[in-house]
Structures are given as C-alpha cells and as structure tokens.
Design a protein around this ligand. Structure first.
Ligand code: 5AD
Ligand code: SF4
Length: 466
C-alpha cells in the first residue's frame, strides 16, 4: 500500500482560523446534532465533526429538532442506507419551513457517490452544505462560506484521499476509543461501493497511531478499537499490521480490538498474535460473505471456502476461546439454492458468535451490478430468514456455553432494559447485563454469568474492580 501525503499543517491551521471566524459571526448556529449512519469509521468521523463544530462555538443538542445545525453523516453500502438518508433529508425540508435559520449539512459516503452531489444540488436546494469523504477536514471553511455567502455550498472532490492528522475531536467517552489506522480499500469486491467512495488504501504512520493511543491512554482509555476497511493490509512506515499491534500491546492499554479483517490478508503473525499479545482480546470479525467457491470467485474475494475454514482452525488452535463474527451476503446475482446451502453449511461448521446478514443490494458503478440476477426477491428473503434462524440458534448455544463462567466485564452503559442494571463486554465481546450502579461505567467488574438470552448474557457481580 502506498504511503499517502498528509494534509499540510498550514491547511489545518487555516481551518482553525475558519473555526474562529465562524465563532465571530453574529448569525451563526449555536447548537448541533449529528446523525451518524453506517459503520464505525463513520462514527469516528462524527467524533471529528463534533470536535470541529464545538470549536465553532456550538453545543450538542440531544434532540435533533432543537439544533441550529443538523448534519447527516451518511452511508451508501446498501440501497436501504441511502434511502434512509434521503428520506430523512426530505423531512428536513419541512422543518426548515418553520425554522428558516436551520443549517442542513450532508456528507459522508453517499454524497461521494458519482453524480449524487449534482443530483442533490438540483433536487434538494434547501440543503446548505454537501461535502464528501475526502474533504471533511474543510468543514469549518464550508460552514463559514454558507454563513457569509448565504447560498448552498456543494463541494465533493474526486481524489484518492490524503491522511488527515490533528483534527479536533469530541470522543463518545473516555474509556472506549476508536483509532483509525488506515483508510480506503483496494480490493474491489464486485458488490462493494466502498473503494469508489473512500478511495485507495492509505495507512497512518505507526508513530501517529501510537501517539494517539498514548494520548487516549493518558485520558483514561481502557479499550481501543483499531479501525480500517481492511486492517490486515496496513502498511505504515514499512510496518505491517502485526508489528503495529505488538507495539500497541506494549503500551499496556488493558483491551485492544480491531476491525475489519479480510481473510485473504490474515497473516500467520496475526494469527499468532492472538496467542501471544497480552492485551489483544480474543475476538475477531472476519467477514466470509459466502460459503460457495464459485460465488466467492465472482465476488472477487480471492480466497476459497477451504482457506477460510483453515484460518478458523488455525485461529482456534492458537486461541481456543476466540469469538468469531462475520458478514454474510445472501442472494448475490446468480446464487443457486445449492450455493446458498454451502453458506448454510459453512455457518454450521464455523459456529460464529454472531453474523451480520444482508440481502445483496446492487450498487451503481460496481461490477456485480451488471451481473444477471434472476432470483426473485421473495426467494432471497426466504433464504436469509433460514440463515438468520440458523445463526440465532448457534449464537444461543454459544451464549449458553458461557453460563457459570466468571468474566471480567468493561462496563459501557446503563442497561437499555432497566436503569438499575448496567451492561458491558466480556473479553470475547459478549454483552452482559447485570444489576449494578451507573458509577461502574468505564470500569472493570468481575461477573459470574448466570443465564443466556438471544443476543446477550445476564450475570451477577462478584466484585466491582475486576
Ligand atoms: N449488498 C449487500 N451487502 C453488502 N455489503 C457490502 N456491500 C454490499 C452490497 N452491495 C456488506 C458486506 C460487508 C458489509 C459491511 O456490508 O457483507 O462486509
Ligand atoms: Fe468492500 Fe471488499 Fe473493501 Fe470490504 S474488502 S470495503 S467488502 S471492497
């Protein structure tokens, strides 16, 4: 992977000047609300967006309708994500009728799609700002231009993307942080739009990544999640991903996780890291996408079912308790019933802790969108339901096997079901709910697992500082 230029420091300083200029405007937005759609990479971007907006003098409005500025950080990986974003935006037109000073911003993967910005400019003139994925760091300049020029700004640039260091940020919490290590994707899986909207792979230097981890550790991080579309092809300053992990492990942050991995790039070194690194959690998200070699070939995944199963075997040999999760696409163009059954049998063989399942969604500009697809949608729906039922039964068995164990849980939040309960993850990534005080949030607790639900575990606290 090529090393890409970093956006010059002067440019970042120029953006800081724009933040000050926005602050000095009389008629500027005073509050903001961000709607973050899609993956963790978008969530991480939303933390940078929040940081920039706060430096422009705005405060977070928990209720969208109360905000002076509403920003949609969009996703386009499947058509329904796009429809949801566009549906929301159309609704904002109504809100703007009663609140004319409202500033509406739309950015992220959807706006980066070919032709999308022009379409939005023509059809949704009430949107004040449209930007893409490569120029997010220029948000302060664009907000300033919207305020002073009093007309919409539409700026989507078509580049391979640069690395941006030193953006402001407002993290979702102190104890559990996302850290980007690389951006973009070079794989061109035939169904996937990501390489077109996020550009070519580019890695941050190990020094930049480590410096960020050290800073987060000083601020109280207990767990970091390293992020990239394909972290296994990380190449920063000559270092490979396994080397980067070793260096991060030495910092002593209690928990390290990463996503997403590509089976074709999962190295021996990385497999062994699960047996060797003290802080690397026994959990791996390893999207398989399909169980049929013919479908994998047409998806351009560059591995076979046998290779995938061998990876699983080797991972479990090194780390028997590793929790494996996956992404699976059902109804890829031309998928026969037999080929679908191969996905079912792979799922039975691997026994994932969890799998995210999707019906194939054609994305304009991708190769698979040109493949003939004669399977009726109803058949695809039926197939995915069978897969979901199978995976749920397996997940329940995996969860039931945890009952009676003692686990150290990093408490993340008050439980969604009961305010006297809290929820947090085991090393393997299972969510456990147990009776406990909100003051436990951000801390470790030793918990005995008492029962298993459909997607989560229940437990009983043994001591609050595991
Ligand atoms: N249709 C359905 N699912 C898709 N994914 C990516 N592109 C598509 C598409 N066109 C799924 C893949 C990927 C996950 C993030 O989204 O399973 O791993
Ligand atoms: Fe898309 Fe494939 Fe890249 Fe993942 S590895 S982002 S599925 S092209």
């Amino acid at each position: 992977m090529k090393e890409r230029p970093v956006v010059p420091r002067e440019e970042m300083l120029r953006q800081q000047e724009f933040m000050k200029l926005v602050c000095s405007q009389d008629q500027r937005p005073h509050s903001y609300h961000i709607v973050s759609m899609g993956c963790q990479m978008n969530e991480r971007d939303s933390e940078s967006i929040a940081g920039m907006l706060e430096q422009m003098g705005m405060v977070h409005a928990p209720v969208r309708e109360d905000a002076d500025l509403i920003l949609y950080n969009t996703c386009c990986v499947r058509e329904n994500a796009e429809n949801k974003a566009l549906g929301n935006v159309i609704w904002l037109k109504e809100l703007k009728k009663v609140k004319p000073e409202l500033m509406i911003c739309v950015g992220g993967c959807m706006t980066q799609e070919k032709g999308m910005a022009a379409m939005m400019k023509a059809r949704y003139p009430f949107i004040d700002l449209v930007y893409g994925t490569h120029n997010l760091y220029r948000l302060p300049e664009y907000v300033y231009r919207v305020l002073t020029q009093k007309r919409p700004v539409v700026e989507v640039v078509d580049t391979d993307g640069e690395i941006v260091e030193g953006m402001p940020e407002k993290r979702r919490n102190r104890f559990n942080a996302f850290v980007n290590i690389m951006y973009g994707c070079n794989n061109f899986c035939t169904y996937c739009i990501v390489p077109y909207v996020r550009g070519r792979e580019r890695s941050r230097t190990p020094e930049a990544v480590i410096a960020e981890c050290v800073r987060l550790q000083d601020e109280g991080a207990q767990e970091i999640m390293l992020l990239g579309q394909n972290v296994n092809s990380y190449r920063g300053g000559g270092a490979e991903f396994a080397e980067l992990l070793q260096r991060i492990d030495r910092l002593g942050i209690p928990r390290i996780r990463f996503m997403t991995s590509h089976p074709k790039d999962l190295s021996d070194e990385l497999i062994h890291a699960f047996g060797e690194l003290k802080h690397l959690m026994p959990q791996l998200h390893l999207p398989v996408q399909a169980g049929s070699n013919e479908i994998l070939r047409r998806m351009n995944r560059s591995y076979t079912r046998e290779h995938y199963l061998d990876l699983v075997r080797r991972l479990r040999a090194v780390c028997p308790d590793i929790g494996l999760t996956s992404d699976i696409i059902v109804g890829f163009p031309g998928e026969t019933l037999e080929q679908f059954e191969e996905t079912m049998s792979l799922v039975r063989q691997v026994r994932f802790d969890a799998a995210y399942t999707f019906i194939y969604s054609p994305r304009k500009g991708t190769k698979a969108a040109t493949y003939p697809d004669d399977t009726p949608y109803a058949v695809k729906s039926e197939r995915i339901q069978r897969l979901i039922d199978l995976q749920q039964a397996i997940a329940l068995e995996v969860l039931e096997a945890q009952v009676g164990k003692r686990e150290t849980v990093l408490v993340e939040a008050v439980s969604t079901r009961d305010s006297h309960w809290v929820a947090g993850k085991t090393p393997r990534g299972h969510m456990v709910n147990f009776a406990g005080d909100p003051s436990l949030i951000g801390r470790f607790a030793d918990v005995e697992i008492t029962s298993a639900g459909r997607n989560t575990l229940r437990g009983r606290i043994i001591n609050p500082e595991g």
